[in-house]
Design a protein around this ligand. Structure first.
Ligand code: F0G
Length: 455
């Protein structure tokens, strides 16, 4: 059959509150054209993030009821630990309340002034935690990642030549080599098993541990199965195990590929590093058998990890975004290709060429998507990255808008609706106006900046 159906039925639903264009214009004005200021009840289709927004399964809700809230040694922890080790055979698994908490603990130990941490592309919280420790985060993704039209199957790959050169030049400053799978900041693009293996080998040849930010590991493994030579006949679980067998540790946000609404972990093989991490954990998160989570959250993650590697699910998951991507391309909407695992990234600068970067074409598109269709998306461009430490601003490398798809939440008619809203945006694009910032905080301005629409 050609139609890839949602591999689940729905037995518990949440109503969507329908709003009108006029109502949304008023709400936009009240929120100063910043979509982070809109109440989610006023959003019809929320594509702000795929993080923590998954629909949990009946089995996960059942597991929540089994959750044991003992402070120490809860059976929920042992179920969680078993589920993680089944896929990622690390010696020590340390739960945290979400991904960035695992990053904060890791870099409080291995970061620090003078250190350099290479990756394909660090996610912004990873970069933030590295920089907060005084260390430097370096992104070494392959050149094809910057070309939106390049159909390279693994645009998340690290540039091995540049990694080798950095290791040769600065080995003494590098505490570990990291890779993000899939590469969120680069458009949800996957990393090949061959590239992971080569990067791990390089790191190890300099005596450096190799770490994986595994937030979207199952989507990455599915792309390996579909795109990498010699991998198509293999089970996704085997590919996942191969990926993590290369690594000495990982950070994880269970809010992505574990179908949980909260949670994460740090896993390592090294006993000394694990002991230091647990000491830090007790200070900042909690006892090592719950790490900032309730026992019920650990059980939800344990079941989520079994469900996320289901190949029927992964086929449907990746197809959902491709489906929207194909239809947007047919409308002439420029997007980052190939479509990534968790989101479609629209190139707003090319879609709205009459709006210069410093009038924020990405924000203008995100505002229009909400105004015309009640869809919330996220600008990833000059609003997010243009602000400089000295208070000036400059155009970001790209002005993108991310349509991130929550897992198991929206159906095909929701996707068709998103496409239809884009049809209207394309038809009226010449009238779309840019914005100016009327007030902003000194850092991370995208969350709270206030805008005005230009006439
Ligand atoms: N690493 C990657 C690749 C991520 O995408 C995220 C979160 C994190 C780490 C941090 O995890 O949120 O649990 O603390 N990404 C979300 C997003 C916020 O919308 O892409 P966290």
């Amino acid at each position: 059959m050609r139609t890839i159906i949602e591999p689940f039925r729905i037995k518990s639903v949440e109503p969507i509150r329908m709003t009108t264009v006029d109502e949304r214009r008023g709400l936009l004005k009240a929120a100063a054209w910043n979509l982070f200021g809109i109440a989610s009840d006023d959003v019809m289709i929320d594509l702000l993030t795929d993080s923590g927004t998954s629909a949990m399964s009946a089995a996960q809700w059942g597991a929540v009821m089994r959750g044991d809230e003992s402070y120490a040694g809860s059976p929920s922890f042992y179920r969680f630990e078993r589920a993680v080790k089944n896929l990622m055979p690390f010696k020590h698994v340390i739960p945290t309340h979400q991904g960035r908490a695992a990053e904060a603990i890791l870099f409080s130990i291995v970061g620090g002034a003078g250190h350099v941490i290479p990756s394909n592309t660090h996610f912004d919280t990873t970069r933030g935690n590295i920089e907060a420790s005084g260390a430097t985060a370096v992104d070494l993704v392959i050149a094809e990642a910057h070309d939106h039209q390049s159909l390279h199957p693994f645009k998340g790959n690290i540039d091995l030549a540049r990694l080798a050169a950095l290791l040769e030049r600065s080995s003494a400053q590098i505490p570990l080599v990291m890779m993000t799978v899939t590469n969120n900041a680069g458009g949800g693009q996957p990393v090949s098993l061959a590239n992971l293996r080569a990067a791990a080998d390089l790191a190890h040849s300099y005596g450096k541990p190799f770490f994986i930010d595994g937030c979207r590991f199952a989507e990455n493994a599915w792309f390996i199965k579909c795109r990498e030579a010699g991998q198509d006949g293999r089970a996704v679980t085997d590919i996942v195990r191969d990926m993590f067998a290369l690594a000495d540790g990982m950070t994880m946000s269970a809010k992505k590929d574990a179908f949980a609404n909260i949670g994460g972990w740090l896993a390592v093989n090294d006993d000394t590093l694990a002991a230091a991490a647990r000491n830090r954990l007790i200070l900042t998160e909690g006892f090592p058998t719950y790490g900032g989570l309730a026992g019920r959250d650990l059980d939800a993650i344990a079941v989520g990890l079994e469900e996320i590697v289901d190949e029927q699910y992964l086929r449907y998951r990746v197809r959902t975004n491709e489906y929207i991507g194909d239809k947007l391309l047919a409308l002439g909407v420029p997007i980052v290709q190939p479509v990534g695992g968790h989101a479609v990234f629209v190139d707003a600068r090319r879609l709205l060429p009459h709006i210069p970067p410093l009038q924020y074409p990405g924000q203008a598109l995100a505002v229009s998507l909400y105004e015309l269709g009640g869809i919330r998306s996220c600008e990833i461009g000059t609003v997010m990255f243009g602000q400089q430490p000295d208070g000036t601003e400059r155009a970001a490398e790209m002005d993108l808008v991310r349509l991130a798809m929550p897992r198991r939440v929206y159906t095909q008619s929701h996707a068709d609706y998103v496409v239809e809203v884009f049809e209207e945006i394309v038809a009226s694009r010449a009238q779309t106006r840019g914005l100016r910032i009327v007030s902003q905080p000194p850092r991370l301005r995208h969350f709270t900046a206030r805008f005005e629409r230009l006439d």
